[in-house]
Design a protein around this ligand. Structure first.
Ligand code: ZN
Length: 141
């Protein structure tokens, strides 16, 4: 019998631009290692309505392409967004809703499983922010 382990940690980051991808792969993998979980899963969750989590390639051209496409899709500053009447960040809420604020990864033999071209990024869409929390939960045995 193996006991279920639940290990929780927060990653704290600050962002420096309105739109930015922040690579947190190393921090997440370190948390999986610390957790001692051999087999299970790892949830990466941003408790923020204007940010998102993705897994993709860390290549500067692609990072710029992803941010360009997010801007095209979410139309920052548009007068058509009613939320912009009370706040100036409807695009970021829409981006978070479309992309999602979480990703789940398998943990097998003590390691987080991801593709070679799947780094884990926080998508900042309403920066700069002095503090963004990312919750990492590792569950398994
Ligand atoms: Zn808002």
């Amino acid at each position: 019998m193996h006991a279920l382990k639940v290990y929780y940690k927060e990653i704290r980051i600050s962002t420096h631009n309105r739109f930015e991808l922040i690579d947190i792969t190393h921090e997440v993998e370190q948390i999986v290692e610390e957790s001692g979980v051999r087999n299970g899963m790892c949830l990466v969750f941003a408790p923020h309505a204007t940010a998102a989590i993705i897994a993709n390639e860390h290549e500067s051209g692609l990072i710029s392409d992803i941010l360009t496409k997010i801007k095209e899709l979410t139309d920052p500053g548009s007068s058509k967004w009613r939320h912009n009447i009370i706040d100036d960040n409807a695009h970021a809420h829409i981006g978070s809703a479309l992309i999602g604020a979480d990703r789940v990864f398998p943990v097998i033999n003590g390691r987080l499983v991801r593709g070679t071209w799947q780094n884990i990024f926080v998508v900042e869409m309403d920066g700069p922010r002095s503090l963004r929390h990312i919750i990492v939960m590792v569950m398994g045995e």
